[in-house]
Design a protein around this ligand. Sequence first.
Ligand code: HEC
Length: 390
Amino acid sequence: MRLFLVLIICFFVSFWSHCQKNIYANTVDKIDLIPSPTKKFVLSRNYPKGIIMGEKFDWDIEKGEFVQKPNNGILGKALAEKVLKSFLTNENIKNEFRFGEESDPLWFHAPAMALDPQNGREFIHGLTRERSSEKKELHPNQKYKVQNWAIGFYNSRGGYEIGRVWKNQNVPLNNANFPPNTVSVKLLFTNVTTSAVPYLKNAPRWDAHIHKSVNKYNERKKNSLRLIQVDLALKYDAKHWLFSTFVYHDSIDAQNPWHRLICAGVATNAGFNWINPDYTTLFKKEFNDGKGMHLGSGGQLNGPVDNPCSSCIGCHSKAGYPNDKGNLDYSLQLEYGMEAFKDSKVKKEKIPKCEHSFAYNNTETWTIWTLIALSSCFSCILVGLKIHRK
Ligand code: HEC
């Protein structure tokens, strides 16, 4: 009888620990152990369970002014700059934005983006492969196509919604509705030399485990990247998003290189699009062709590493999963994570064994269950023998 009780307790304890383990289990970006002296990326996934009602934000005043005049580019720029300032703090810069290592982080990552076998997160800074820049796209001296890599962050409002969408580990919700004042910032780095792109002189540099060459997606090696672009998205009311992008330029007067950024413009999903004339002038000098840095389709806002045939709003308004049913409220990282998650389940065998393959490993759970099953059988036999002897 005592043995039976012990077994029942074991069963419940293991079942409970199994359930505990599975919270976000599938969404955890597990990085395979790669021998390296370098620090490893840790996913910031301690998503807030709720939002603080009536919370004050650094950009409340600027937002108030912009909402009064939502077609004023200068006000939109002031708002975007204020929001970016809350992310580019000295402390965050010093810690290399490694929020996953903090016990009570204010910024979060989108999960499952390591699953993509080609473009998935690398293990040093958690960057994912972006569109490559064709030759001469970034500067007339840029003679080769180059790789770009990036990482996105969400503030606590955004983190709350990401956690809610992914809460059910096996079936993430395919609808999202971010609360107002959700912010997402994305840092984009490029693999160029400063002779190819001179305005990136003194730009912040990160090491990352990127592809060996621009067109080969199956082998990676450590390489150095330079910051070129910082994207920003702010949900400024219940329905509207403001998008803005900032570009590094060495001539900008700021002591900290992370602040040598110029706002390229502002666009909203209410149809507003404004390009900063100072940005146009600055980059016309770089290109010497009278045109300057490319924008997006039809002069819509876009960054240097973005596809000139699209635009911030154009791409992001498609966010959904599956695209024809779910609506992911402008979050393409949610969409990419979900797609990669589904693909990894369907074609598990295709994921190569390297840091960007971290398909959720069931071995641990199965081992526990097998042990329980074996020990139950064994105990039954013992009890049976005891009864038989009596
Ligand atoms: C060609 C399509 C495309 C264009 C153009 C584009 N983006 Fe994105 N963006 C993406 C995709 C795909 C992701 C998710 C994958 C990733 O982050 O690597 C993303 C991610 C982001 C994120 C992280 C938050 C999220 O989950 O979506 C921000 C912020 C962002 N983009 C802002 C911008 C801004 C600002 C612009 C314009 C300057 C822009 N994007 C232009 C496709 C695009």
